[in-house]
Design a protein around this ligand. Structure first.
Ligand SMILES: C[S@@+](CC[C@H](N)C(=O)[O-])C[C@H]1O[C@@H](n2cnc3c(N)ncnc32)[C@H](O)[C@@H]1O
Length: 238
C-alpha cells in the first residue's frame, strides 16, 4: 500500500501534526493573501486535509471546494468546517476542465508519489481544472533548509515526549526523497516525500502548463531564496 494512504488516514496523524492546528492562524491568512484572488473566486483546496486553513480562505470571500483522499480528514473537516468536500486522488481530479479560478496546495502536498510521472500528473491535473489565467499556489518545503535541518539529526530517533511520538528522518540513498519514520500510539508510520530542487520545480510547473508569476521565501511574501524554510510558488495557468 502506498504510504500516504495509511499515514494520513489514521488517528495518530492528528497527534503527530497537532501543532499544525495552531500554525493555521498564521499560515491561513498569509497563504490566502499570497494566493491573491478576488472575492467570489472558485478555489479548489487540494488536498484540504482536515480543513485547518479553510476558515481563512472563506474569510477572503472565496468559494472553496475541498478534496482529499483521507476519509478521516474529510470527516473531521465536515464536522469542524462544513463545506463542499470530495474524496479524490490528486492524480485524477473529478472536476471539469477550466472550472476553477484557483488551486490552493498547502503544506508540502506535492511529491508524495513514487514516480516523477505521477508527481507531474498531479500538476497536470491542477492545470486541467484551472481556467486560463487561473492561479496555483504551491507551498513547499525548501530543499536546502531541509538538508541543513536533517543533517543535524539524520538517522537518530528523536523523542517528542509531550507530543507522544518518536521520529527518525533519513534521505534516500539517491538524495531525492526524505523518509521520516514515526512511531505513535504503538504503530509505525513512514512518510516518503520527493523534495525537488528549485530548478526541477520550475521545469515541472512549465511542463504542466504554468508560468511562475512569483516565488516567495516565506509566509510574509519575502522574495524566494535558496535557504528559505518554505518555497511558495504562485503560478498562472497559461
Ligand atoms: C500534509 S497534509 C496537508 C493538508 C492541508 N493542505 C493542510 O495544509 O493542512 C497532506 C494531505 O494530503 C492528502 N493526500 C495524500 N495523498 C493524497 C492523494 N493521493 N490524493 C489526495 N489527497 C492525498 C492527505 O490525506 C493529507 O490530508
Amino acid at each position: 500500500m502506498d504510504w500516504f494512504i495509511r499515514d494520513f488516514d489514521h488517528p495518530a496523524y492528528f497527534t503527530i501534526y497537532a501543532d499544525k492546528a495552531e500554525d493555521a492562524s498564521q499560515e491561513g491568512p498569509a497563504l490566502a493573501a499570497l494566493l491573491d484572488l478576488p472575492p467570489g473566486s472558485r478555489v479548489l483546496d487540494l488536498p484540504c486535509g482536515w480543513g485547518r486553513l479553510h476558515p481563512h480562505l472563506r474569510t477572503r470571500g472565496l468559494e472553496i471546494v475541498g478534496g482529499d483522499l483521507s476519509v478521516l480528514n474529510l470527516s473531521k473537516h465536515q464536522a469542524d468546517h462544513p463545506a463542499p468536500l470530495v474524496r479524490l486522488d490528486l492524480r485524477a481530479l473529478p472536476f471539469r476542465p477550466g472550472c476553477a479560478d484557483g488551486v490552493f496546495c498547502a503544506f508540502t502536498s506535492w511529491g508524495y508519489f513514487a514516480t516523477e510521472e505521477e508527481n507531474l500528473r498531479q500538476l497536470l491535473e491542477f492545470a486541467r481544472v484551472l481556467r486560463p489565467g487561473g492561479v496555483l499556489l504551491l507551498d513547499l518545503a525548501g530543499r536546502a533548509f531541509l538538508q541543513a535541518a536533517v543533517a543535524e539529526v539524520e538517522g537518530y530517533w528523536l523523542d517528542f515526549l509531550e507530543e507522544g511520538y518518536q521520529e527518525r528522518a533519513r534521505w534516500s540513498p539517491d538524495g531525492r526523497r526524505i523518509r521520516t519514520e514515526r512511531t505513535c500510539q504503538g504503530e509505525a508510520f513512514c512518510h516518503d516525500i520527493w523534495i525537488p530542487t528549485n530548478a526541477v520545480i520550475h521545469t515541472f510547473l512549465r511542463e504542466a502548463g504554468f508560468a511562475v508569476s512569483q516565488a516567495y521565501g516565506g509566509l510574509d511574501g519575502r522574495p524566494w531564496e535558496d535557504g528559505a524554510e518554505r518555497w511558495i510558488y504562485r503560478a498562472i495557468k497559461t
